[in-house]
Design a protein. Sequence first.
Length: 687
Amino acid sequence: MTRDAPRAHDEWAWLRAGNWRACVQDPALLPTRIADHLRARNRVADDWFAERADLIDTLLEELRGRIEAADESLPDADGPWCYLHRLREGDEYGVHLRRPRAGGAERVLLDSEHEAAGHDYFDEGDVAHAPDHAHLAWTADTTGDERYTLRVRAIGAPQTGGHGAGGRDVLSIEDVHEVTWADADTLFYSRVDENLRPSLVFRHRLGDDSADDVLVYREHDERFSVSIGTTRSGAWVVIESAMTDCTECWLISCACPDEAPRVVEPRTPGLEYELEHQRERFVLLTNVDGAADYCLMEAPTASPSRAHWRPIEPHVPGRLLLDVEALGDWLLILMREAALPRLVVRHRDGRERTVSFDEPAYAIGLDAGLEFDTDRFRLSYTSPTTPEREYQERLDGGERVLLKSRIIPCGHDPAHYRTLRIRVASHDGAQVPVTLLHHRDTPLDGSAPALITGYGAYGFSTPAAFSGSVLSLVDRGVVHALAHVRGGQEGGRAWYEAGRLLHKPNSFEDLYAVCTALVERRVAAHGRIVLQGGSAGGLLVAATMDLAVRRDPALLAGVIADVPFVDVLNTMRDAGLPLTPGEWSEWGDPIEDAAAARCIEGYSPYDRVGTFAYPPLYVTAGVSDPRVTWWEPAKWVARIGERRNNAAPLLLRTNMESGHFGETGRYGALGDAARELAFVLRATGLA
C-alpha cells in the first residue's frame, strides 16, 4: 500500500469540514450543513432524554447528594508557606490559597470561579508558584481545544483586593500546553504547533517581552509529543519527548537556565525511560535491556547517559514498576503485581518496607508533596466500596495517620456492598481480571442487569476505585463490572503488548468473553448487559458490540460510547490529522504496512457497520475535540442508522462548545453522568 492508495467510498465523509482545524478552535465556523446535521441529531437525543426528565432529575439529586457542598484539599507545605485548594458551597472550580506555615491569615491567589465566569467551557491546567513564592503561573482553556492561555500573576505584593484576584497578572501567552519554573525569574513553557501537537519549548524571563522568548527545543518528528517539568529537588528542568514506545529526555540546570538543553540518552527505537533527581544521581525508570516490566537504574548527574546506568531495582517479569518518586534519601516505588498495586519505601542504605492493603480490589495513589527534604509522604486509598482516604506516613517509621476521608453527605455504608475479583478465560485462554461490585441484596442468580466498563489501550490500567455515580445503578440492582482487558497493563507490559498493533483484536475478544462469562456464571442476565467506554474505550465497546451483533444479537441491552475512536482506518490513513503519526505505534500504520491495514479494517467499527439489529446506542462527541474529531462518532452513528435492520434508540449528542472531556466543573459534568445512568436503567428495564 502507498500513501496514494485509493480508499473505499465513504458516503459520510462530508461530515468532516475542510476547515476543521478552525472549527475545533471556534465551533461557530462549522459549515451550515454539518452544524445542521449535528443539531438535528442532538434534538433526537434531547427528545429521548426529555421523556425521562423525572428520572434524570432524581439521578442528578442523588449525584449531588454524594458531593460535599464545601471541601478543601490537604495543605501542601513548601518553605514558609502552605498551599491549598478550596471548594466553597456551590463552587464549580474553587479557589487556590496559601497561608503561612507557622500560622496566620490565608490569602486567595487565584479565584477560578471568577476566571471561569462568562465562559461556557473552562479547564484549568497548571497552577504553579515560583520557587521564591513571589509569582503564580497558571493556565486555562476556555474552548475545549486544549490550547491554554498562560498567565503569570504577582503574588508577593500585599493583597490588592478585588474578586479574590490575589495580585496582578504580569504576563499572558496564548497556545500554551504546559509550564514549569526553573528559578524565581525564569520559566519554561511548551506550545502546540498547527497540528495541535505540543512540540516547542520556550524560555521566558520575567520582565521581558514574550515576543523575545527563546525557543530552546523543537521536536521535528511528528510522531513525538513534548512534556516539561521540574524535578522535586528544584535542580533540573526536564524536557521529555515521547511516543508510545520511545522516550528521549533533555536536561536544563535550574542554576543555569540560559544554557542549552543536554540529552540524557538519545532516542533508540523501543527504549523508554523517565528520570528523577536525587542529590548526586538520577534514578531512571526504564525498560532498558529487555526489562519489559521495567527496572530502576541510577546514573551520576555529571554523566547520565546509558553507558553509565547501573541497576538498583531489577526487572521481575509480571511485576510492573509504575512510578518512582525521589525524596532526599528515600525512594517511593509504586508497582503492580497480580493486578493489585503496592508501594515500596526504600532508604538509600537499603532499608525498605512494603505498603499494601487487604481488600480483593483497590487503588492507591502517591503524593510525595512539594518538598524534597522531608520525613513524610502522603498516600491515598480507595476501593469500589470505600471512598478515598488520605493518610500521612513517616518515611523512617511507617507510622500512618488518617488525615482525611471523603464524606458522602447522603450516607454510605461499605457493608452494604460486595467487591469480587474474578478471572475470565478469553478466546485464546488468557485470564482476564474483572472487578465486580454489587449490592449485598442483589441476587447473583442470573437475573441481574450489568454495566461493564473498560478501556484497554496505551498501557493505561483502570483503577479499582470508588465511584459515586455507579452507586446509583448498584443500589438499584445493577452489577458493575470493570473489565481489565489486554491493552492495559494490569498484567504487566506483556498484557499491554498483547492488546496493541496486530494483537489489538484481543482487547475486543477479552471484553466479549467477559460478557458471556458473566452470563454463564449467573452474575448477569443475558440481554441485560450494557457496555460503556470512552475514547479508546469507546473503540473497545464499539468493536465488541460488532462481535455481539454477529454472534449473539440479543446479548447486549445497550452501549454507551463516549467520544469514541471508531473511524480507525480512515484516521490512521490520514497523516494530516493532529495525532495520527504518533498513534501508528499504538494501532499500526495502514499506509505503509499492509498487515496493519488488514488488521485495522477487520475491527474498525465504522468499516464494520452492516445490516444487523443493533442494541440501543448512546454516543457523545465534541466539536472542539482535537483527540477524537467530531466526525468520527457522527459518521458511525449515521452509517448505523442507514444500514441497520431494527429501530432501537440511536442517540448522538454532540457538545457544540466543548472538547474531548465534555462539560467541566464538579457540578457541570453531572448532567452528562445522569443521562448515561438513565440510559442504562432504561436499557436494562429498571426505569
